[in-house]
Write a new protein. Structure first.
Length: 419
């Protein structure tokens, strides 16, 4: 057993000891809500890991790996816990711990996905190649575990933006900028939701920011999700190097809740060196609500359901900023989505655990449908793709910054978009 695994087991044992088994986490857990299995709850997983931490072998038991893999990592249990158990850190350590002994086919699929998405060009090419294969989806979905995973990947490709793949188009820099910002284009957003990045640049510049786009750099979240600790560290060091070349006042702006949550925890990945990245990171909805808007907003007549992405609301505690940003737009009727918050996307989760991801997502989709909203504001690319696949084309699922971009454009044209 390596020193890393010895350290992980010791830390897991320390964190697990703070759990008093009260069960407050059960009602917050989306996988427990679907399976009703204790081992699919935070309390159950902590119990399994506490038992595993006492073992000395390098390979984690299959039943432990099964239930760790089934954790979405939504972190809804963290604020729900009255004892302050750091389940977020526990599951982070557990992902690395369960990798030794993973079956080769499963490990290959996970590593392939984690290495595909960081390349925006490779991801865009995969999406383009996958669209003609969508007719095969029903047969693949009936073809066992791997077939269902491929079928789910085709679902994701079907609902991706077709406008373009790659990096956002930069029009011009603000003449008298409020400040310089560095926009992380992101791997999934660049490949599948390129219009979100375009809209982010457009809005930031309209609001007076000088925008530089950090291209072809992945934050490493997907590698961490896949248990590839070495790759996660390599990605982290590239981000750190990019920031090191710039003034300390430069903010690292993200349009992905998953990226933001991961960046703010770089100390888990690379130690104290990652603290500077955590301090620089800011979600675009936070940045755009720090001060009063400069660009005029035009009216948009639409009923908008606000989706609280787990990695924004739970992992970062950001709930008010997306709503405050959307309230700047005249004509919008904002509605909260009752019931479950988690949509089941969870980074690579929808591709690794497609059945459970869909079951969790269907609960969310029903809750959205009950709002009768024609638009969903989703601040995370994985959530956006998941909700598009589940809700269909009748509901427009977009990032909050896209609605702001539409509003600014409406003000310029003197028009009132309707949805």
């Amino acid at each position: 057993m390596t020193a890393t695994h010895t350290t992980s087991r010791a830390r897991i044992a320390e964190l697990a000891a703070t759990c008093v088994h009260c069960g407050f986490c059960l009602s917050a857990c989306p996988t427990y809500a679907v399976t009703r299995a204790e081992a699919d709850s935070p309390r159950g997983r902590i119990w399994l890991l506490a038992e595993e931490a006492t073992r000395s072998g390098p390979v984690v038991a299959d039943r432990v790996r099964l239930h760790i893999d089934r954790c979405i990592g939504c972190e809804a249990c963290v604020p729900a816990c009255p004892s302050g158990v750091r389940y977020d850190e526990i599951i982070h350590l557990a992902r690395g711990l369960v990798e030794p002994g993973r079956p080769l086919a499963d490990r290959t699929w996970r590593r392939s996905l984690a290495r595909l998405f960081p390349s925006a060009r490779a991801s865009a090419a995969a999406l383009a190649l996958g669209r003609p294969l969508f007719a095969l989806r029903p047969a693949l979905a009936r073809g066992g575990g791997f077939g269902r995973r491929v079928a789910r990947a085709l679902d994701e490709g079907r609902v991706a933006d077709r406008r373009h793949g790659g990096q956002p188009r930069i029009t011009s820099s603000a003449r008298s900028p409020r400040r310089r910002v560095l926009l992380l284009a992101g791997c999934v957003a660049s490949a599948a939701l390129g219009s979100t990045n375009d809209d982010a640049v457009s809005v930031l510049e309209a609001e007076g920011y000088s925008v530089e786009v950090l291209e072809s750099v992945c934050c490493g979240a997907l590698s961490e999700h896949a248990g590839d600790e070495a790759a996660a560290r390599r990605h982290a060091r590239r981000i750190m190097a990019a920031l090191a070349d710039r003034d300390e006042s430069v903010r690292l702006v993200v349009t992905s809740a998953g990226c933001g949550a991961h960046l703010r925890r770089y100390e888990w990945i690379v130690g104290e060196e990652g603290a500077a990245v955590a301090r620089a990171t800011i979600d675009i909805t936070e940045l755009l609500t720090e001060d009063a808007p400069r660009a005029p907003r035009g009216a948009i007549e639409a009923r908008v359901a606000v989706h609280d992405a787990c990695h924004l609301a739970f992992a970062q505690g950001i709930v008010d900023a997306p709503r405050a940003l959307l309230r700047q737009i005249p004509g919008l009727e904002l509605v909260d989505v009752g019931g479950p918050r988690c949509c089941g996307a969870g980074g690579l989760y929808s591709l690794l655990e497609p059945e459970l991801s869909t079951q969790v997502g269907e609960r969310k989709a029903r809750a959205v449908t009950e709002t009768a909203a024609s638009v969903v504001a989703s601040p995370n690319p994985g959530c956006t793709l998941q909700l598009r696949a589940l809700l269909g084309p009748e509901v427009d699922v977009v990032h909050p910054v896209t609605l702001v971009a539409r509003s600014i454009e409406a003000a310029r044209r003197g028009a009132t978009p309707r949805r």
